[in-house]
Design a protein around this ligand. Structure first.
Ligand SMILES: Nc1ncnc2c1ncn2[C@@H]1O[C@H](COP(=O)(O)OP(=O)(O)OP(=O)(O)O)[C@@H](O)[C@H]1O
Ligand SMILES: Cc1ncc(CO)c(N)n1
Length: 280
């Protein structure tokens, strides 16, 4: 019998430029061998240069998307990204206890500095943190969740990760992409904290790194024996995607990472010719 392909769901916002949000999540899930599914919480008008507008999807329609999908398909893992409003955060929170392997990326602000979550929705996202299996805040998001100033060292990151556990989170990946130039993250769970050093990639094409990382963790968790191995391998995938981001060269601002770097040969035409051969 064939081994079933893991099914991963993203509950997140749309990024028309394809580098962040639902689009990044589905690319990541496909690149990492999972069948990707999506429930859209918000539309953004966005490019690699910034966000021109945001429209939240009506809460009852997000519920209808979830109810319709989940009545048919049970995801092996779920990633939650942009939630836009307190009402959406509360509604999505009701579904989390019944979902397996949940990763919450508490998205608040885009790389460009534009807000993706209403300021008054932070309390609702804080409550959501206790319902997810893993949360993946960046430095600013951790600070907002804790109502403190952002960590400015890896020691301070360790302390804030522990404070997030004290506040009810089950597991924390505190991302240090905005701290200096070493891309070190901190992982924390009931067994302690762990530094995850990363190779820093010198590129301005970092649009969607956070989305890609949380989607990669969700995609890999059903394929790995623990959260920590899923997190490590997801970070490795992201580093590869960042390394090839300049070769992709999409857009005029902060471009996307190369989600398919390991699948495509050096030029995408190669894929086309292989498909032509396969089709006879
Ligand atoms: N230039 C870089 N080189 C290597 N890794 C990086 C780089 N920038 C970010 N990372 C890594 O990318 C992941 C996302 O980190 P970051 O702190 O940028 O999250 P984020 O702010 O949520 O992302 P986004 O910019 O998509 O909102 C982390 O694992 C971080 O270490
Ligand atoms: C839709 C969406 N979600 C998340 C982010 C954060 O990178 C973004 N820029 N856009």
């Amino acid at each position: 019998m064939n081994t079933p392909i893991p099914k991963a769901l993203t509950i997140a916002g749309s990024d028309p430029s394809g580098g962040a949000g639902v689009q990044a999540d589905l690319k990541t899930m496909g690149a990492l061998g999972t069948y990707g599914m999506s429930v859209v919480t918000a539309l953004t008008a966005q490019s690699t240069r910034g966000v021109a507008g945001v429209r939240a999807v009506p809460v009852d329609f997000v519920r209808l998307q979830l109810d319709t999908l989940l009545a048919d398909i049970t995801p092996d893992a779920t990633k939650v990204g942009m939630l836009a409003t307190a009402e959406l955060a509360e509604a999505v929170g009701e579904y989390l206890p019944d979902l397996a392997n949940t990763v919450l990326d508490p998205v608040m602000v885009a790389t460009s500095g534009d807000r993706l979550l209403d300021a008054e929705a932070i309390g609702a996202v804080r409550r959501l943190c206790a319902r997810a299996d893993l949360i993946t805040p960046n430095l600013d998001e951790a600070a907002a969740l804790l109502d403190r100033s952002p960590a400015a060292s890896t020691d301070a990151m360790r302390r804030q990760a522990e404070l997030l556990l004290d506040a009810g989170a089950r597991r924390v990946l505190l991302k240090g992409g905005h701290l200096g130039a070493d891309a070190t993250d901190v992982y924390a769970d009931a067994d302690g904290t762990l530094l995850l050093p990363g190779r820093h990639v010198d590129t301005r094409n970092t649009h969607g790194t956070g989305c890609t990382l949380s989607a990669a963790i969700a995609a890999l968790r059903p394929q790995r024996e623990s959260w920590i191995t899923a997190v490590r391998d997801a970070k490795g995938y992201l580093t590869g995607a960042l390394t090839h981001a300049d070769a992709l060269g999409v857009g005029h601002g902060h471009g996307p990472v190369h989600h398919y770097y390991a699948l495509w040969p050096s030029r995408p035409e190669g894929v086309g010719s292989r498909l032509r051969q396969a089709g006879g």
